[in-house]
Structures are given as C-alpha cells and as structure tokens.
Design a protein around this ligand. Structure first.
Ligand SMILES: Cc1cc2nc3c(=O)[nH]c(=O)nc-3n(C[C@H](O)[C@H](O)[C@H](O)COP(=O)(O)OP(=O)(O)OC[C@H]3O[C@@H](n4cnc5c(N)ncnc54)[C@H](O)[C@@H]3O)c2cc1C
Length: 181
C-alpha cells in the first residue's frame, strides 16, 4: 500500500463527534482521513430563517426511513459538512449522572451505559473549554459534579420587556432565571 493510501485514523463524519476527534488528533502527527458524505451548506438567506431551517426542514435529508412497524419515518437530520452540529442550538449540557445508569421511562427501560459519568467527567471539562461553554457551577440543582469551574462566565439573559415580565408574573409559568446579570 502506498503512503498516500495509508492513514492512521479514518474519521467518518464532520459533526461534533468527528470534528472534535479530528481537532484533538491533528497535532499528533498521525495521518488522518476525514470522510464526509455531504457538501458544504450553501451560504444563502435561508440560513438565517428559523422557519425555513427548523420548521420547514429545508436542509434536512429527503430520505425516508422506516420505523419498527415499517411505516415511513422522516429523519430530522441532514448530511452536510458539520452535520447536525452545523444547525444545533448550542446549548451544551452534560448528561446527568443518573443518565448513565439504567433508567425507567414511560416507553420502556433505557439500559445502563458501559461507562460511568465519573469516567467521562474529565472529557466534559475539556469539551466545555474547547466549545467555550459559558455558565456558573452550582446554580442548576440537577448539575452533576464537575472537576473545574466553567472557563467562561455565564452570559446575560436576553432583555425581557416589561410587558412580558408582568404577563409572566401573572401567568406564574415562567421559570425564574438561574442568575441575573
Ligand atoms: C435543529 C437542532 C438543534 C439542536 N440543538 C441542540 C442543542 O442545543 N444542544 C445539544 O446538545 N444538541 C442539540 N442538537 C443535537 C445535536 O446537534 C447532535 O446531537 C449533534 O450535532 C450530533 O453530533 P454528531 O457528531 O454525533 O453527528 P452530526 O453532527 O450529525 O454529524 C454526523 C456527520 O456524519 C456524516 N455522515 C453520516 N453518514 C456518513 C457516511 N456514511 N459517510 C460519511 N459521512 C457520513 C453526516 O453528513 C454528518 O456530517 C440539535 C439538533 C438539531 C437538528
């Protein structure tokens, strides 16, 4: 096999999973090949339109998948450089410690993972640095233990008009923000 055809690592997909792995391995000097089935997302006005992107699913694949009963299932996914990560909402939460154990849901039992939260914790911390996650530890009571503080401070909340504030108070349905800046 010629050198040109030899790779130490072949990564399939360029989303958060493949992209993060490639980023981490790039300085190692290893020969990496990244395979991506999709093209680049075209830069166009529709990129900025939540209705078109999220509701109309403009960038979604037109593939039809089948559910377990053999019925058509439209996957809310896309094939582009960057994958679904190109479109995601950028809320980067850690799974909770309990998520790694067996969990009973309304629809059935989710089996335990073969690894624990504690084993993954150092990688969550690294990923939060890499992706510049902002926040403040200890504000969210469901937050799992973390070995380091967030590197970037919590961002301020979007301004909330007086009208919506008093409406929210009346409705008593709005969550209080975890912090105020
Ligand atoms: C609208 C939207 C909002 C979201 N918001 C959030 C959020 O706020 N927070 C959050 O945590 N998660 C969110 N998610 C989920 C999150 O985006 C995904 O969990 C995450 O992007 C998955 O990353 P991934 O690397 O596993 O896969 P992807 O990002 O989907 O990447 C997979 C890549 O593999 C490529 N590929 C697939 N098959 C092949 C093949 N055979 N050969 C070569 N390439 C292939 C695809 O084209 C794609 O580029 C959101 C998802 C969507 C769609």
């Amino acid at each position: 096999m010629s050198d040109l055809n030899h790779y130490d690592v072949i990564i399939i997909g360029t989303g958060a999973g493949g992209g993060t792995l490639a980023y981490h391995l790039a300085p190692s000097g290893k020969r990496l090949l990244i395979l991506e089935r999709g093209d680049y997302v075209p830069r166009e006005k529709a990129n900025w339109d939540p209705q078109v992107v999220n509701v109309d699913g403009h960038y979604n694949t037109r593939e039809k998948w089948l559910d377990k009963k053999g019925k058509d299932l439209h996957p809310h996914t896309n094939y582009y450089v960057g994958g679904n990560t190109k479109f995601y909402g950028a809320a980067l939460f850690r799974l909770r410690k309990e998520d790694f154990g067996e969990l009973r849901h309304h629809g059935g039992v989710s089996p335990a993972w073969p690894i624990s939260y504690d084993e993954l914790e150092p990688y969550y911390t690294q990923a939060e640095y890499l992706y510049q996650v902002h926040g403040k530890r200890g504000e969210d009571p469901t937050e799992p233990p973390a070995s380091a503080p967030y590197r970037y401070p919590a961002v301020s909340h979007e301004s909330f008009s007086c009208a919506s504030r008093s409406h929210a108070r009346r409705e008593k349905s709005a969550e209080e923000p975890l912090h105020s800046l």
